[in-house]
Write a protein that binds this ligand. Structure first.
Ligand SMILES: [Zn+2]
Length: 484
């Protein structure tokens, strides 16, 4: 009998389909205790199974363990809510296959298993999950070492589309403001986003930022709102604090030459300033430390120590608007990358919800530690908002979006979470890949050059009808249209 047959998931009713809020169950007090006997730790806590390395799958194992310790997400899956929310007709989804496979894994990880059984099985083999992922993005199932951040971005995006509560996405146009937008403008833009995107992933992980470009010649500016699911912050080449990296990320950057903004007023590419402002902060905040540097000349890993707080990481002085909820965060998981660019290893640290103990997840081995170690290897940090008792669902309530709705039946917006796409290049590459089974690739010309994003497609052919000039992560950056 295999593990999956032996442990039928425990059903718990924590959330209902129309939940308005998700209880913040990142607990302050332990509900289980750990006993040390003969140098062996015994615990009644769940969520402590390892994951077998199936050949360079440490990037995937550590990502799953970090997400698995995201308690409101795990509560959602333990409540079986995903079953009711799957949106199989969404052309950007995996028809629910990825989310079901992920939910199954989460439920196995959080099964109530006694100590004896825990010792006996020790680790789960995520074979089924990897195989499902491979159907939609073969890169993550080829047995090669991949990037944990890219994997998480892909996985959360697919889970979002699998669970997107919007059955028919209205066509909306992102506004490019020429004057500094107001709160009302921000609200309207967020509403547009929500009119196309609502899911547990949006509820928990997404915030809103303002992207400003200013022409250094004519001084005109363009302001755009972007949803975000993680902050990708630069790592300084010296020992520093996380706050310094975030400040660096928020600094005005000057873009010159080909990188400059194609100024609408000057009607040409100009040297310009780019600035990101944090408008509203998410419930769960993922921070990606950009340790990997790529360009045409070199590839390198920055190994400097970034000191990060375990408690009360405060964005109060970093956000550009007054937040309804105090933007302070506690750490609950970290993914480390040790070793070099080409030969490295991923592990995760996470704080267990039952005994409030930190554990180190090293593939099949799970061991207690006093706190996350080797800070100079930290690559992804997972924080939850500690100032609220419940995480609110993102809703359109009280907002009239009917005026913005305009139906374009054949247009689909491809969400590019991590790659910059150039319209012409993508166009040619898409046609090259047309015959490639039922899938098509949007190749990257970004620094992470070998990566290709794969989108499931249900219909025959697509052509790109619009590409935004400044694509950035977590943005609808190309619009493709079915060919008739
Ligand atoms: Zn200009």
């Amino acid at each position: 009998m295999n593990t999956e047959q032996r442990f039928q998931p425990k059903l718990s009713r924590i959330l209902d389909v129309n939940y308005k809020q998700i209880p913040n169950k990142f607990r302050k007090q332990a509900t289980q205790r750990r006993i040390q006997q003969n140098n062996q730790f015994e615990t009644e806590s769940q969520g402590l199974l390892g994951l077998t390395n199936l050949g360079n799958t440490c990037f995937l194992n550590s990502s799953i363990q970090a997400l698995s310790n995201t308690q409101p997400l795990t509560d959602y899956f333990m409540s079986q809510l995903h079953v009711k929310e799957i949106n199989p007709d969404n052309p950007l989804s995996s028809q629910g296959n990825i989310v079901q496979s992920f939910a199954q894994l989460i439920r196995l990880l959080w099964q109530k298993v006694d100590q004896y059984t825990l010792e006996e099985i020790q680790a789960l083999k995520p074979t089924q999950f990897i195989s499902t992922i491979g159907n939609y993005n073969p890169i993550f199932a080829e047995g090669t070492q991949e990037d944990a951040h890219e994997f998480i971005a892909f996985l959360l995006d697919m889970i979002h589309e699998d669970l997107n509560r919007i059955k028919k996405k209205p066509y909306v146009e992102q506004t490019k403001f020429t004057k500094l937008p107001t709160n009302d403008d921000a609200h309207q833009e967020w509403t547009k986003y929500l009119s196309r995107n609502q899911s547990i992933i949006v509820d928990l992980f997404q915030g809103h930022m303002l992207d400003t470009l200013s022409c250094l010649t004519c001084k005109s500016s363009r302001y755009c709102f972007e949803p975000f699911m993680y902050l990708s912050v630069p790592v300084l080449s010296r020992e520093c604090d996380l706050l310094e990296c975030i400040e660096e990320f928020l600094k005005t950057e000057t873009l010159t030459g080909d990188e400059g903004w194609n100024c609408t007023k000057c009607s040409q590419r100009r040297d310009s300033n780019k600035k990101i402002d944090l408008w509203s902060m998410p419930n769960i905040l993922i921070i990606h430390l950009k340790r990997f540097k790529f360009n045409s000349q070199f590839r390198a890993k920055i190994r400097s120590l970034v000191r990060y707080p375990l408690q009360n990481l405060s964005f109060e002085n970093l956000v550009c608007t007054k937040q309804i909820e105090k933007p302070t965060y506690d750490l609950y998981a970290v993914i480390n990358h040790s070793g070099t660019l080409t030969s490295g290893h991923y592990t995760a640290y996470a704080k267990n919800r039952d005994d409030l103990q930190w554990y180190h997840y090293n593939d099949s081995l799970v061991s207690p530690v006093s706190q996350p170690e080797n800070q100079s290897d930290a690559y992804l940090l997972f924080y939850f908002k500690n100032s609220v008792e419940e995480f609110k669902r993102q809703t359109l309530e009280g907002v009239n979006v009917s005026q913005q709705r305009r139906s374009i039946i054949n247009t689909i917006v491809v969400k590019q979470t991590m790659l910059n796409v150039h319209s012409q290049q993508s166009n040619s590459n898409i046609s090259e890949n047309k015959r490639n089974n039922n899938n098509f690739f949007v190749p990257s010309i970004s620094s992470q050059a070998q990566k290709r994003m794969l989108f499931r497609r249900q219909t025959k052919h697509f052509q790109i009808v619009k590409a935004q000039d400044q694509p950035s992560f977590q943005q609808d950056s190309i619009i493709i249209q079915e060919e008739n």
